[in-house]
Design a binder for this molecule. Structure first.
Ligand code: URA
Length: 211
């Protein structure tokens, strides 16, 4: 079996924006804008090996053979609610993508993911799925979301986050070794409440200004 893959996107623009997002004093407005910008950059990486085909086109000067992406069958799968913050940036890069939503909440006592919403396009078997959630913390939500998503049999699945904890990555890889993870950083550890350290706090609260 192939080794589980994790791609750490070490691009200076990504790291710069991530540092600004981590800062306690960064406003909700800035946090939201930075997440959107960062998501665009992550979209470049996660789509780097998209299959292409050649077409003949006319430039204003002559005919040439150029390349286009095969099909346009991407679906972004947002894990609610913080996943929503990644959609806007990704859609700037792939505007034709469909959107799926998976609603999971973390039981504060057990930290286990409980599903409350699930809506995906009907033609999932034709689509490459890119699951988005800013934080891969315990991995419970990510594992549950991908478990559920696999029932719809998409052509492929990738997972994109901003920050991953080593514990969450290990959990995710053990459950879904076939799903590559794309992240801007792997942080040190989880705290007792399942928050990533040093992290950036609660991504949903910072994105929506709910705390
Ligand atoms: N979810 C968050 O928003 N932040 C964390 O640090 C962990 C999970």
């Amino acid at each position: 079996m192939a080794e589980p893959q994790v791609h750490v996107i070490d691009h200076p623009l990504v790291q710069h924006k991530l540092t600004l997002m981590r800062r306690r004093e960064t406003s909700t407005n800035s946090f939201r804008r930075l997440l959107s910008e960062l998501s665009m950059l992550l979209a470049y990486e996660v789509t780097r090996d998209m299959p292409m085909h050649e077409v003949e086109i006319e430039t204003p000067l002559e005919t040439m053979t150029s390349r286009l992406i095969d099909g346009k069958k991407t679906v972004f799968v947002s894990i609610m609610r913080a996943g929503a913050g990644i959609l806007d940036g990704m859609l700037q890069v792939i505007p034709g993508a469909r959107i799926a939503h998976i609603g999971l909440y973390r039981d504060p006592k057990t930290m286990v993911a409980v599903e409350y919403y699930f809506k995906v396009p009907t033609d999932m078997h034709d689509r490459d799925a890119i699951v988005v959630d800013p934080m891969l913390a315990t991995g419970n939500s990510a594992v549950a979301a991908v478990d559920r998503l696999k029932e719809t049999r998409p052509k492929s699945i990738r997972f994109v986050c901003l920050l991953a904890a080593p514990e969450g990555l290990a959990h995710f890889h053990a459950a879904h070794p076939d799903v590559p993870v794309y992240t801007a950083a792997i942080d040190r550890q989880l705290d007792a409440h399942g928050y990533i350290l040093p992290g950036l706090g609660d991504a949903g609260d910072r994105l929506f200004g709910t705390k």
